[in-house]
Design a protein around this ligand. Sequence first.
Ligand code: CA2
Length: 145
Amino acid sequence: MSKMIYILNGPNLNLLGKREPEIYGHDTLADVETNCAAVGKILGLSVKLQQSNHEGEIVEMIHEARENAAGIIINPAAYSHTSVAILDALNTFEGPVLEVHISNIHKRETFRHHSYVSARADGVIAGFGVNGYALAMQHMGTLLA
Ligand code: CA2
């Protein structure tokens, strides 16, 4: 039976592929889900991609992952830089956690250089565009093999 990977996305990422393509590219979250599902099929992983603009809802998604998921891939978006609540929730999850940023946060404003979530993440990918999600899936396959 395939292992379930939750791919969680934070605020404004519902606009992916629809605004600011010069920073975030042309692919939508639906494209990300399709690509990750294709990579997962090869690795024996299934995916559930979710997005929320609300911090508490993301905390709830992580709690749900505690029951249902073998690993979490998370792009917390702006909450990366502010949310102790999301960090605390991730600290209750026992499987691997991989953090993805579409843009290279270290090349941007200094307030984006620090991520609370990185204190829990087993790996961080930044600046590889939406391909970062598929790369995280590949690594998740290695971690869960
Ligand atoms: O590079 C990333 O993936 C970010 O997590 C994206 C966040 C930003 O706050 C982080 O510093 C870095 C912003 C997500 C906004 O998503 C949009 C997508 C398309 C159009 C507008 C916003």
